[in-house]
Unconditional design. Structure first.
Length: 250
């Protein structure tokens, strides 16, 4: 049983309609879902890429929360990590809780309000899935990227590298030599600070066409960054936004 603390190890779509989500993402990424039995008789739609579970669909904890994706970060101790989040200026959204056979978790926000889950898996972290249909990257759209980086370094012990981009500095969060995610000052879309997830596709334009056929929408323009890849954004039929990327060849 091994852990890779600091890595984003799970992704979850918060939605009141798992059936619609299953239909949309099955067509878009080729994902399949499998019902996982949960305490109290609930069933959790487990998203699988081949035989590898990579994500899940969960109902909103209360009415009025719009559909969105959320990321889970592996930590050595959920309760200790929550104290560090609070000390760095973040917030806890509810008490930590245990799911038998899954692990201990707690939703928190950073100092700007971007949400994520602290997570300690019961049986170690799953290896990261790779290839088409797998989650490729996790990126924070912050109100103040430099301040956000300072928060994550204090709360999670990350270090960072910097990349100069046409629209400003892009920060790469790291644990040792391992890249964990990116941080950028958000474009003026009006959206609050949030983590954005990217899924690997083999053809961005073909993926956008599938999304549109399935009732989704393209958000913004397709972009290409040398050494990074070609990418764009999709809004699903429920309103949640996710990134798609064809990574640059290495």
């Amino acid at each position: 049983m091994s852990y890779d603390h600091g890595r984003f190890v799970w992704f979850e779509l918060i939605t009141a309609d798992a059936d619609k989500a299953n239909a949309f993402y099955g067509e878009l990424f080729g994902w399949k879902t499998e019902a996982m039995e949960m305490p109290g008789g609930m069933k959790y739609p487990l998203v699988k890429l081949g035989d590898n579970p990579i994500a899940g669909f969960a109902p909103p904890p209360k009415a009025g929360i719009p559909p969105h994706w959320v990321s889970y970060v592996s930590v050595a101790d959920v309760d200790a990590a929550a104290k560090k989040v609070l000390a760095a200026g973040g917030k806890t959204l509810m008490e930590a809780f245990d799911v038998p056979g899954v692990g201990r978790m707690q939703p928190v926000t950073d100092a700007e309000g971007a949400a994520l889950f602290l997570f300690k898996a019961a049986e170690g972290d799953r290896p990261a899935a790779e290839g088409v249909g797998a989650f490729h990257w996790n990126e924070l759209w912050a109100a103040d990227a430099k301040a956000a980086v300072a928060f994550y370094e204090k709360a999670f012990g990350y270090t960072h590298d910097e990349m100069k981009m046409p629209n400003g500095t892009y920060y790469l969060l790291k644990s040792g030599d391992q890249m964990r995610g990116g941080v950028m000052t958000a474009p003026p879309t009006g959206a609050p600070p949030h983590w954005t997830q990217y899924v690997t596709v083999d053809d961005v334009d073909a993926a956008l066409a599938r999304a549109k056929r399935g009732g989704g929408k393209q958000v913004g323009d397709v972009m290409e960054v040398e050494g990074v890849g070609r990418f764009g954004f999709v809004q699903d039929t429920l309103g949640a936004v996710i990134g798609i990327i064809k990574p640059a060849a290495r």
